[in-house]
Design a protein. Structure first.
Lengths: 301, 355
C-alpha cells in the first residue's frame, strides 16, 4: 500500500510523525516534492480566488499527488484535520477545513482523514491510533507505531531546534526570519525572498518549541501559528540585528499579530514581506537590497 | 463624568444600550450610543487599521474612534471566535499607543474565552455597587429581549414580501426598534411579542410566485446592513422573499446546540466543522435548497477564512443541484454601482429560471 502526504501547510511540520507511523506498519509513503512555480500555478487553478497563498501551494501539492493517484501509483492521500492542538490553542481555521475542501474539489480520489481535536480528547497519539483503525492495522502495531511516531517527531523537533540555535554567529549580523513554518521553510518562497540577502547570518524561527515565551508579547493569542511566531521572536530577540517577517497574502492570523510583533521589536530594523502568486522577484530584490543596506549600516543620510 | 460607549453592529447596539442603561450608576455615568455605520466611520477605521485585517475590525475601530472623538472615556469591546478574539488587544494598542487616546478599555474576552468575573470586576467602573446577582438578573432580561427582537424581526423579514401596507409595517418596525431601547421588564417583552405578532398577522396576505432568495455568509456582513451595501433591505424593498438565519441570538445562544444537527444535515458535503460560520453557510444553503428557494447570495468581508473554506463546498453544491449561488466579497473600496449590477443580473437570471 502507498499513501501520499502533501508537503505543505501545517502537514509538512508533522511529516516525520506520519511517515514513521505508516512505515512502521509496512505502508509506503510518497511525499510531494518541493514547491515550484508549477505547483503554485496548479494550486491557483484549483483554488478559489481569495485563498491564501499557503493554501494555493497546498492545493498544488495535492494536485501532484492526485496525478499519481490517477496513474495508480498511490492508493490514498493522507489529509490531517486539526482543530485544537492543546487546550485553548487552536490551529488556523484553514486546518479545520482541509479534508472537506479536498473531498469537494477532487472527485473520485480517496482521501484518508486524521482528526486532531483536544477538545474531544483526540490527541496526536489518539489520532494516530484512529488512523491505524481506519487502515485496519492490528491493535499492537498501531499502538507501537503511534508510540515510535511521536518519538520520531520529538526527535525531529529537538534536532531542528538545536540546529537553529547553533546557527547564531556573533561575528556576522544575525537576521531573524519569522513567519509560519510552511511559508518560511518553503523552498520556493525562501529562494524568492532571501536569495538576495547576502553577507548576513540568517536564523529561522518558526518552530514549535513548546514554550510560553509568547506571553511576553501577548497573553491572548490562541492560534498555534501565531504562538510559534511569537515564541521565535522572544527566543532570539536578544541576539539579532534585524528581523524579516514573511507573510502569505492574505493570511488571517498574520494580519493582526504583525502589529504586536512590530511593537515588541521596536529598535531593531524590521521588514514585512508579503508574498502571493503574483509576487515579482524584482520588487522583492529591491526591497531586500535596501534592507540589507540598512542592516549593514551603509546608509548615511 | 464617565461616558461609556461600544462599537456598533446593526440594530443590536440598542440592546446593548438597554443593558448598560440598567446596570450603570446614572449619577456618575452616561452612555454614548455609537453612530450607525457610515462612510466616515469606515474611513476612520481603515486609516488606522493594519492593512490586511478583515473589514469588521475596521468598522468596529472606526466606531470606537468616532465615539472617543465625541467624548467617550470608557469603551467596551466583546471578542471571541476566529479573528474576533484578537480584535480587542490590537484595537486597544492602536487607540492608546498609536493614536494617544486616554480611556478605559473593558474587554470581556481573554483571547477566545469569556472571562465573566474579570468582566464584572472591570464593569465596576460603571457602577461601584454592581453585584453579580443583579448583573445575572439583567443578563437574563437582556437574553429574553434579544430573543424577542430577533424572533419578531425574523418573522417580519420572512413575511415582508406578503405585506402590501408598507407604511404600517414601517411604523411597527420603528415601534419595535424603540422598544429595544425602552422595554425594562420580562413581562413587557411577552406582552409586546403577542401584540406585534397579531398586528403583523393582520397585514399578511400570502401569495405564491414570489422569488425566494437566501442570504448566507459571515455574521457581521449579514447583521449590519451598511457593511453589506444594504443588500437585504434592497431585496425586501423589491418585494422578494428573503431568508437569513444568522442573528445575534442564534450565534450567542443556539449555535453550539445546533452544530451537530447542521453537520448531520450536510453530511454529504461536510465531515467536520469548517470554522466560525462556514458550517452554517453550507448547512443553511442545503436547507434553502430543500425549502424550494430560487437562489442564494453568499456574502463575506475580504479575507474571511471560514467563509473562503465554505466557498468550494458551496460551488460543489451549486453544481450538484444546479442551484444558483452568487458570491460577493465586501471591502472598504466597494463600488455601489458594481454591486447593484451584479445583484440585478443575478436576480434577472433567477427570474428567467423561474419562468
Amino acid at each position: 500500500m502507498k499513501i501520499g502526504i502533501p508537503n505543505a501547510l501545517f502537514i509538512r511540520d508533522k511529516i516525520p510523525m506520519y511517515s514513521k507511523f505508516l512505515n512502521y506498519n509496512n505502508i509506503d509513503t510518497v511525499i510531494s516534492s518541493d514547491t515550484t512555480l508549477k505547483t503554485i500555478e496548479d494550486g491557483v487553478e484549483i483554488a478559489t480566488s481569495e485563498e491564501c497563498i499557503a493554501s494555493k501551494i497546498f492545493l498544488g501539492h495535492v494536485q501532484e499527488l492526485v496525478n499519481l493517484y490517477k496513474n495508480n501509483y498511490l492508493d490514498a492521500i493522507l489529509v490531517p484535520r486539526v482543530y485544537k492542538e492543546k487546550n485553548n490553542i487552536e490551529a488556523c481555521v484553514k486546518a479545520m477545513a482541509l479534508y472537506d475542501i479536498l473531498t469537494n474539489i477532487f472527485k473520485d480520489v480517496k482521501f484518508i482523514d486524521v482528526n486532531v481535536d483536544y477538545s474531544k480528547n483526540i490527541t496526536y497519539f489518539k489520532s494516530l491510533i484512529n488512523l491505524g483503525i481506519t487502515l485496519e492495522i492490528n491493535h499492537k502495531n498501531r499502538f507501537f507505531g503511534a508510540f515510535y511516531a511521536l518519538q520520531e517527531q520529538k526527535k525531529f523537533e529537538k534536532n531542528r531546534y538545536m540546529k537553529q540555535f547553533e546557527n547564531i554567529n556573533f561575528k556576522r549580523k544575525n537576521v531573524l526570519v519569522i513567519g509560519n513554518e510552511y511559508i518560511v521553510n518553503d523552498k520556493y518562497i525562501k529562494k524568492l525572498v532571501l536569495s538576495s540577502l547576502n553577507n548576513v547570518n540568517i536564523i529561522f524561527a518558526c518552530i514549535n518549541n513548546k514554550v510560553n515565551r509568547y506571553k511576553n508579547i501577548s497573553e491572548q493569542v490562541y492560534f498555534s501559528n501565531s504562538i510559534n511566531v511569537m515564541n521565535g521572536v522572544e527566543e532570539y530577540i536578544d541576539f539579532i540585528d534585524a528581523c524579516i517577517f514573511i507573510t502569505g497574502f492574505p493570511c488571517a492570523t498574520d494580519s493582526l499579530i504583525n502589529e504586536m510583533i512590530k511593537e515588541r521589536i521596536r529598535n531593531i530594523p524590521y521588514i514585512e514581506i508579503m508574498v502571493d502568486e503574483n509576487t515579482s522577484s524584482i520588487g522583492i530584490v529591491t526591497r531586500m537590497e535596501s534592507f540589507s543596506d540598512i542592516i549593514e549600516g551603509r546608509i548615511y543620510i | 463624568m464617565i461616558i461609556v460607549s461600544y462599537p456598533n453592529i446593526g440594530e443590536y447596539e440598542r440592546i446593548v444600550y438597554n443593558f448598560l442603561d440598567k446596570i450603570i450608576d446614572k449619577s456618575k455615568c452616561k452612555i454614548l450610543r455609537p453612530e450607525k455605520n457610515n462612510r466616515k466611520i469606515l474611513e476612520l477605521g481603515e486609516e488606522n487599521s493594519p492593512t490586511n485585517v478583515c473589514t469588521p475590525f475596521k468598522y468596529t475601530l472606526g466606531s470606537m474612534i468616532n465615539s472617543l472623538n465625541k467624548g467617550a472615556n470608557v469603551i467596551i469591546q466583546i471578542g471571541g471566535g476566529c479573528r474576533f478574539g484578537y480584535y480587542a488587544q490590537i484595537q486597544e494598542k492602536i487607540l492608546k499607543k498609536d493614536m494617544g487616546y486616554d480611556f478605559d478599555f473593558i474587554n470581556l474576552y481573554n483571547g477566545n474565552k469569556l472571562e465573566f468575573f474579570k468582566a464584572v470586576k472591570k464593569a465596576k467602573i460603571l457602577n461601584s455597587n454592581l453585584k453579580v446577582q443583579s448583573l445575572l438578573k439583567e443578563i437574563y432580561f437582556i437574553v429574553k429581549l434579544l430573543r424577542f427582537s430577533d424572533n419578531i424581526i425574523t418573522y417580519i423579514r420572512d413575511n415582508e414580501c406578503y405585506i402590501d401596507d408598507k407604511e404600517h409595517l414601517k411604523k411597527i418596525k420603528n415601534m419595535i426598534l424603540d422598544d429595544m431601547l425602552k422595554i425594562k421588564t420580562v413581562n413587557e417583552i411577552s406582552l409586546k411579542n403577542i401584540k406585534y405578532k397579531k398586528e403583523i398577522d393582520k397585514l399578511i396576505n400570502k401569495k405564491d410566485g414570489k422569488l425566494k432568495i437566501g442570504i448566507v455568509g459571515e455574521l457581521y456582513s449579514l447583521m449590519d446592513s451598511f457593511s453589506s451595501n444594504f443588500l437585504e433591505k434592497d431585496l425586501l424593498k423589491k418585494g422578494y422573499k428573503v431568508k437569513r438565519y444568522t442573528t445575534a441570538s442564534y450565534l450567542l445562544l443556539d449555535k453550539n446546540k445546533m452544530q451537530k444537527n447542521l453537520l448531520n444535515n450536510s453530511k454529504l458535503y461536510l465531515k467536520y466543522k469548517i470554522g466560525a460560520d462556514g458550517t452554517e453557510s453550507v448547512a443553511h444553503t442545503l436547507e434553502l435548497i430543500n425549502k424550494g428557494y430560487d437562489g442564494v447570495i453568499h456574502i463575506k468581508p475580504f479575507g474571511c477564512t471560514p467563509e473562503i473554506n465554505a466557498m468550494p463546498i458551496l460551488k460543489k453544491i451549486s453544481d450538484d443541484y444546479s442551484f444558483p449561488i452568487m458570491f460577493y466579497t465586501f471591502d472598504t473600496l466597494n463600488s455601489d454601482t458594481g454591486f447593484q449590477t451584479r445583484v440585478e443580473a443575478f436576480i434577472d437570471m433567477l427570474e428567467m429560471r423561474k419562468k
